[in-house]
Design a protein around this ligand. Structure first.
Ligand SMILES: [Zn+2]
Length: 273
């Protein structure tokens, strides 16, 4: 133990040219005027004493500053990596709670509760359908959730379904996006495409992996229940089952509701009952 202290203290010796010795001969910090040395019995029981370095207040502060700086750098690196992997679109990146004008308090609250309770919601695979007219802020709110979760270290993919289809089918990519590498998938503006088998495969991968899915769409859930094609039906069925929270986002008014299944549980998890 004593050996360890000596080795440890020796390694954190921070002697400054302006430090001085006090009347008893101990090194004193020129800034905080605390001793930087003490005597310890070594070896223990020998009645022999060895002078070792100790940390003064400013050294402690400096060590804390360096530790915080390192943590900040690590956080920045993590963010860069997560954004490069899943959210590269600058327009999506700037949509954060910080610039929310709170016009839809109820929706903002839902989004914040979703972020706060994400771990529990993820286990159940619960996602959200944001629907309503263009310009109401569906993409905005889904991106607020995405950005907030990325800052918490969650692997989020934000994309249009059509871009994911292109990514999978173009063959130009060395490594096509694998939805299974993410903790949350946000698909912006679904319902506008002519669905291909690849689009279905992507949705099915998300569905089978139990990855929470957030979608934005102009289609009300009631419209999704009346698909026009078999491809739409296969996709919408999965989206509706997985996104048990539905939120109408409108320029004028908003409405929260839940598909009957899982409704109570999702609300309870978010403390919104
Ligand atoms: Zn000091």
């Amino acid at each position: 133990m004593i050996n360890e202290i000596i080795e440890k203290t020796a390694s954190i010796r921070h002697e400054h040219p302006s430090d001085y010795k006090d009347k008893d001969g101990y090194l004193v910090c020129h800034k905080c005027h605390k001793r930087k040395e003490m005597d310890i019995e070594y070896p223990k029981g020998s009645k022999k004493y060895k002078r070792v370095f100790i940390t003064c207040d400013c050294d402690k502060e400096e060590q804390l500053r360096l530790k915080q700086q390192k943590a900040k750098q690590q956080h920045e690196q993590m963010l860069q990596k997560l954004y490069a992997q899943g959210l590269t679109d600058e327009a999506y990146r700037k949509n954060t709670f910080e610039i929310d004008d709170n016009r839809n308090e109820e929706i903002t609250r839902l989004c914040k509760q979703y972020v706060k309770n994400f771990d529990k919601l993820k286990k159940e695979g619960y996602g959200i359908i944001f629907y309503g007219d263009t310009g109401g802020g569906k993409s905005f709110y889904s991106c607020c959730i995405a950005n907030a979760l990325i800052h918490k270290g969650v692997r989020v993919l934000v994309s249009r379904l059509s871009d994911l289809v292109k990514n999978r089918t173009s063959g130009k990519q060395d490594s096509p996006v694998n939805v299974k590498n993410f903790d949350l998938i946000v698909l912006d503006d679904i319902g506008a495409e002519n669905y291909t088998p690849t689009a279905y495969n992507i949705i099915d991968d998300i569905y089978r992996s139990n990855i929470p899915l957030i979608v934005t769409t102009n289609l009300a859930p009631s419209m999704m229940k009346k698909p026009k094609t078999i491809e739409q039906k296969r996709i919408y069925d999965r989206v509706i089952e997985r996104c048990c929270i539905t939120a109408k986002v409108d320029v004028r008014k908003t409405r929260l509701d839940m598909s009957r299944k899982n409704r109570e549980q999702a609300m309870a998890i978010m403390g919104l009952t």
